[in-house]
Write a protein that binds this ligand. Structure first.
Ligand code: AMP
Length: 394
């Protein structure tokens, strides 16, 4: 499939060419014609699949010759909002269209000023947009197209009330696009309440994304994690993101790496917006090879060529696992995801992850493997010095 088959005009095709996008990705192939036709779509797709351009391009196609604030995109985090805003700007600025991004952590009066300049596109986090609505800085009566990006994440982060408030102010006649990495029942419920007979686009259900990511599960006691990380960092020469369960934990890991003179950087919610942005830029530009992150912060990181994702702590929510490992193997590339899990303590969470991945539980795989290949397994155990290593899951 080529770009020219997707109902896009030559103006937009030229911008796509300038961006260097040679071929459309599967989510773009399926979503773009539906959006250009003005339909509502519910898309199951992950970050890294080219999903942002899959809504930005057809939306601009629809609204490029219109003047007014017709487009609103909601993102779960500041980082994702900034990235979405940047993609809109890349393609909208040459069309003479203006984008405003509204997020927490920056001056609200600056944003108010920007909103009053009648932008064509507003990209916002739900909390910040509600702040502006309450202050009367913005009205949503004119919105003709709304995007709920990473809807599952917005709900997990507790934005249901804000979404409801925003939806109340939107005109009934509109186009609604909803993107989510997973179709949890709560996402379907939200879609039902906000959308008009949406077409479903199932691009990457979680199973189909897995083959590109080699997933490894290492069972170990808490006390073994630091040395397991050191050896992983020695063996893996590419870029690494280490996910941890809290900001205290992020510091702890960073200090351990510093102690070994292993350069790394970190990102979590206590940093100012400016600090977060410069951390991500440093990581993107290769100043640091290792980034340690909490879930909320790490999720918004859009960096190509991440070789390895390390789940230093098993995530609380099984969906977070999918989002974390989705940092690697972007756009058809390959990558590795290694999870450090504590026997007994993490077994329940690992089973939940296995369930959404649709694979056998690691425990039953382990038992089966031991029955089939007892000798080989014993050898592997010795070799990994008490770190019990289950075979990679695919
Ligand atoms: P996303 O899934 O929106 O986070 O996009 C992931 C990355 O893919 C971004 O850096 C985009 O600029 C890039 N991208 C999106 N569509 C294409 C395409 N068709 N060809 C090459 N790169 C793309």
């Amino acid at each position: 499939m080529n770009w020219s088959n997707l109902s896009l005009s030559s103006k937009i095709l030229k911008l796509v060419d300038d961006a260097g996008y040679k071929k459309p990705t599967p989510v773009q192939v399926q979503s773009i014609p539906l959006v250009v036709a003005g339909l509502d779509i519910l898309v199951c797709s992950q970050t890294g699949s080219g999903k942002t351009a899959s809504f930005v391009l057809p939306i601009l196609e629809r609204f490029k010759d219109k003047n007014g604030t017709y487009i609103l995109a909601l993102s779960p985090t500041r980082e994702i909002a900034l990235q979405t805003g940047a993609v809109f700007e890349t393609f909208a600025t040459p069309l003479g269209m203006k984008t405003v991004v509204c997020i927490g952590g920056v001056s609200i009066s600056e944003e108010k000023k920007a909103l009053s300049s009648s932008p064509h596109i507003i990209v916002a986090t739900p909390g910040r947009l509600c702040d502006h609505l309450e202050r009367g800085n913005v009205w949503l009566d004119f919105i003709q197209c709304i995007v709920f990006d990473e809807a599952d994440r917005m709900l997990e982060m507790g934005f249901a009330t804000q979404i409801e408030k925003i939806a109340e102010q939107l005109p009934k006649e509109r186009q609604t696009l909803m993107y989510s990495a997973t179709f949890a029942p709560k996402v379907e419920k939200l879609a039902k309440s906000l959308m008009n007979n949406p077409r479903e686009v199932m691009i990457q259900n979680t199973k189909s994304t897995i083959p590109q990511i080699e997933q490894r599960l290492l069972w170990m006691d808490e006390g073994k994690k630091v040395s397991a990380l050191f050896s992983l960092v020695r063996q893996e020469l590419g870029t690494i993101i280490v996910f941890a369960k809290s900001k205290e934990r992020v510091y702890q890991i960073w200090r351990h790496l510093q102690g070994r003179k292993i350069d790394s950087t970190y990102i979590h919610s206590d940093l100012t917006q400016e600090q977060r942005e410069s951390t991500v830029t440093d990581f993107k530009n290769g100043k640091f090879r290792i980034l340690i992150a909490t879930d909320v912060m790490g999720r918004g990181i859009d960096v190509d060529n991440i070789a390895h994702v390390v789940n230093y702590d098993v995530p609380y929510e099984a969906e977070d696992y999918i989002h974390r490992i989705g940092r690697t193997a972007r756009l058809g590339k390959t990558g590795i995801a290694t999870t450090f899990a504590i026997p007994i303590k993490d077994e329940f969470a690992i089973c939940a992850i296995e369930k959404i991945l649709g694979v056998e539980s690691p425990k039953s795989q382990q038992e089966k493997k031991e029955k089939e290949e007892p000798k080989k397994h014993d050898h592997q155990r010795k070799k990994s010095q008490n770190v019990r290593r289950d075979h990679p899951r695919r």
